[in-house]
Design a protein around this ligand. Sequence first.
Ligand code: AMP
Length: 454
Amino acid sequence: MFEIGEKCGIAGVYGSPESANLTYLCLYALQHRGQESAGIATTNGEEIRVVKKMGLVVDIFQKTDIEYLKGFASIGHNRYSTSGQTSLQDAQPFLVNFRFGNLAIVHNGNIVNSFKLRKELEESGAIFQSTSDTEVIIHLIAKSPFNNFRDSLNYALGQLKGAFSLLILKERELYAVRDPWGFRPLCLGKRDDTYFVVSETCALDIVGADYIRDIEPGEVLVITKEGLESWFPFEEEKPNFCIFEFIYFARPDSKIFGKDVYTVRYNFGKRLAMESTTEADIVVPVPDSGIVATLGFSEQSRIPFQLGIIRNHYVHRTFIEPTEKIRHFGVKVKLNPVRSVLEGKRVIVIDDSIVRGTTSRRIVKMLRKGGAKEVHMKISSPPIISPCFYGIDTPTRKELIASSHTVEEIRKYITADSLQFLSLEGMLESIGYSLLDNPFCIACFTGNYPVKFI
Ligand code: AMP
């Protein structure tokens, strides 16, 4: 079975004797990008060591692990995936010892031609240890006709299609790679003489590093003790930054793809209000995913913002629970309505997205039980009609409620008085672009995939 839909956070640190500890901190800041497993690999110049375990960063790493990972450069990974196996075997970093010495790799995204590449590799004798698409990259490097590492890396990268923000650690070098479409974010930071390459800038903040720039789509950047060097081994492609990073996935205190996530989300809310005609007494966010858009909506509509639902922060995201049964249970323990806020009110409630519709249905019922007179659900993104093959964890088409139901049918299902989604044009215009001219992958809203799934 293959991985599809892997959403991850990655971090790399070069040039500090505390590199493992700093990577640990970065992974801690990137925990929202994956909660299933985490790992760190460190080089001391001669040997690469790895520690990876199932669970949250804060729970799994012990002081002794960080001491074991002594070295001047490290890479780390937070992983979560819904399909494929959920075992330590698939946890990253992957560490190998092959003809180019030690190599550790971490990957955020999804390689869409990995099935074909894996089949070809297996037919030529390769043995795989995991179900992950990332392992394909290692085999391609190993099999290359070249006898130096950099040419072999270029040879491997040239065969990949899809989403890959990668960090590769060699004994003395740290490589950062972003696919030519730029699906997933990756940025470079610096503090004193230490370099950082991380999924989101919130990981630079936690270690006090300054943001330098994004790793560009199609760029390979290598950090050595001589400094930075970069090259572009891919054919140029039209950028396809994942719009869902802005909608839901990235932290609002991060800057990705050159924009503040908070500002973008706030503007989605403002635009949603411009497109709305609903009259209401209060506007309430679904915490935490709807909060920033709701603030924007409230400013634009002048409808007072109220916290009508309180979230218990000690329960993990409902979406990550693997079975339907546990997911239902999860919503109940996680969110609670505030009767004094809701009683007798016409309530607008805002969330960032509807995937299966399960959460919205629960929320509407919860608000009515909490005393709301009317419940109007608004979503700060368009209906998701197609699954993601580039690294966002969306379910199959069949499970996506908007792939087979109209807005009115979804409204009925979630039992709301009204339901409104942000328009596709509105979403893109609130980031400063148009439907015809924008640098985003919006395949989940249109079904038009920029890189074909093979
Ligand atoms: P659903 O109940 O399936 O409609 O899920 C919708 C909820 O899941 C919304 O509150 C979103 O904030 C959240 N959500 C959307 N996409 C994802 C994702 N890829 N991973 C985890 N949660 C998500």
